[in-house]
Design a protein around this ligand. Sequence first.
Ligand code: MRU
Length: 352
Amino acid sequence: MNDAIDFDRYDRIRPIRWTGEALELLDQRKLPFAVDYVRCDDSDAVAAAIHALTVRGAPAIGIAAAWGVVLAARDIDAADGAQALAAVESAMQRLNAARPTAVNLAWALARMRRVLAAAGADWREVLNREAQAIADEDLAANRRMGALGAALIVPGSGVLTHCNTGSLATAGFGTALGVIRAGVAQGRIAQVFAGETRPWLQGARLTVWELEQDGIAPTLIADSAAAHLMKTGKVGWVIVGADRICANGDTANKIGTYQLAISARHHGVKFMVAAPSSTVDMATASGDLIEIEERDPGELFSVGGARTAAERVGAWNPVFDVTPHELIDAIVTERGVIERPDAVAMKAAFGG
Ligand code: MRU
């Protein structure tokens, strides 16, 4: 088996472009029918784009927020980083408030805050460099994770993924979708199933489109077909990303992930979480403490703009859930693989 991955073929989509003056975001609300970039000239436009899911996916919103800080600082006059930080603090708080569950957003802002606080007169360059480093490190982490995760997969396997964890959700290549890309490239994965991911349809609209760009033909399933698929024996692994991984290994990810993990365990299917270390939150002890974003119930009333529910019905729309660590077979980060994660294994890998 040739384990080398042709990144020119398998890593072509870039959802976030920094022009030197503005941030361009591939508008994920319009995919797969239009490939349009939205231009953000200030940090509040970036915060609004994160909230509206123009840009989405845990690592991608962290990267976008980092460039948002650069934009917030653009018209500021400051003698050093500490002065600049005071001037951008409220813009940083608005960026941080754009979405609550993915820790990568707060993590990227904390990195920007830290370097700015320590910077001297060259604070503007320092800020630019840090935003670029956050993006570059994410891409490198994804490529590394792809190789580590794929190595766990027996050649010829089928896999099921959820939501969109690909280039669109990251600096490039993807987390869970990076593992899947690597697995396909190495001949380990023979068939990829993608769940639709109601209500926003990240699977149907984004994952399927992304894989097709690479020449990988995925099989789309209704979310409600997942347990039945597992029962057929066609998948050996469920492979998902994460928005926050706690100190005990509990993992928040797109709503529906938890029921996939329960179903996987019942059917003897393995369950893998692939995420960069920027998604690990050792300050949060367990999944019960994670704030779960709830979005407009209106997302449940229609599909593609066409109303599907009767008028005046009520709805509840939590968009993430928590998979307890006991249901996870492997957490894959760029630092390595943690099998059967728990608080002890997480501490050994990530410290206190
Ligand atoms: O609401 P979204 O689309 O931002 O949710 C994204 C997910 O849940 C992804 O699975 C997660 O961020 C990992 S992406 C590499």
